[in-house]
Ligand binder design. Structure first.
Ligand code: CUA
Length: 315
């Protein structure tokens, strides 16, 4: 339709699956709405008041005449909703599992912009460049209030909540430019928190990415690691007052008081802002909190650095 598309582009691997479910739900809703409307009209006409016809009293003897009907209108919707449940949850689960080879991109939302950082250091604001045909994993954080990262053409939307990391992934299937929205009311200029997603051919994407002189998140993180004096305790070979970070990423660490925790982005983040939340077994709770001293972007850089300490193959 010219100038007024009824549906967004279909530009990611899950878009078609989401659309099918959506059309199914809409179809079921329309069918029953129409059915009820038609029946109301039909009964209204059929049982209308006519001269010489008195209203019948519904007595107790008439209560169970439609027993079969009652069973039907209970069982049929039950199975229909069961189909909706299994269909919806399988789609949800598929959409929650990030493929291993996904390209990592970090996103920080704040009033009122999206800041994007690629692993080689390339930064952009309110724009997101991604290659076609490759899974992309976004790790998102918010610096202030709840935002929501929404790309209609990919059929993905994720609330970005302050104080924690969330992630989402998609695999673009078509080159082009698509809308990027904030889909959670976040203040006066919420409606201006928009941007565009540019899907490029892989070689164009590499060209776009390359030639950057800005420092990469790993380099920035290493600098912060020194500036915040993390290195005093956590350096390899330092006195063993704190866990060595060398090969921990992606592993399960034993915790003081039992249990384990997965050493991932969320765990590192929590350990920096709230060190006593999950103490690694065998170490005293001596680390001070860095809450309020480290911005979300600095946190992402620190995490990128700590993550880089673990060799790729061990993750
Ligand atoms: Cu950010 Cu709405």
């Amino acid at each position: 339709m010219i100038g007024f598309p009824l549906f967004p582009d279909v530009a990611s691997t899950i878009a078609t699956g989401v659309d099918r479910l959506y059309f199914f739900l809409t179809g079921v809703t329309l069918f029953f709405t129409a059915l009820i409307f038609v029946l109301i009209l039909y009964f209204a006409v059929k049982y209308r008041r006519r001269p010489g016809r008195v209203a019948e009293q519904v007595g107790s003897d008439q209560q169970h005449q439609g027993f079969g009907l009652e069973i039907a209108w209970t069982v049929v919707p039950f199975f229909i909703t069961l189909v909706m449940f299994t269909w919806g949850s399988s789609l949800y689960i598929a959409n929650s599992r990030v493929p291993d080879q996904a390209l990592d991109i970090y996103v920080v939302g704040r009033q009122w912009m999206w800041k994007v950082q690629h692993t080689n250091g390339r930064r952009e604001i309110n724009e997101l460049h991604v290659p076609i045909g490759q899974p992309v994993k976004l790790t998102l954080a918010s610096q202030d209030v709840i935002h929501s990262f929404f790309i209609p053409a990919f059929r993905v939307k994720q609330d970005v909540v302050p104080g924690r990391y969330v992630s989402m992934w998609f695999q673009p299937t078509r080159a082009g430019e698509y809308h990027l929205f904030c889909a959670e009311y976040c203040g006066a200029y919420h409606s201006g928190m928009i941007g565009r997603v540019v899907v490029m051919r892989p070689e164009d994407f590499q060209k776009w990415l390359g030639g950057v002189t800005e420092e990469s998140p790993v380099q920035a993180g290493e600098k912060l690691f020194n500036d915040f004096n993390c290195v005093n305790c956590h350096a390899t070979g330092a006195r063993q007052r704190c866990p060595q970070l060398g090969s921990l990423f992606g592993t399960d660490v034993m915790l003081e008081g039992g249990g384990t925790a997965k050493f991932d982005e969320a765990y590192i983040r929590e350990s920096i802002v709230d060190p006593n939340a999950k103490i690694v077994k065998g170490y005293p709770p001596v680390m001070p909190t860095y809450r309020g001293q480290v911005s979300e972007e600095q946190l992402l850089n620190l995490i990128a650095y700590i993550r880089s300490l673990t060799p790729q193959k061990e993750r």
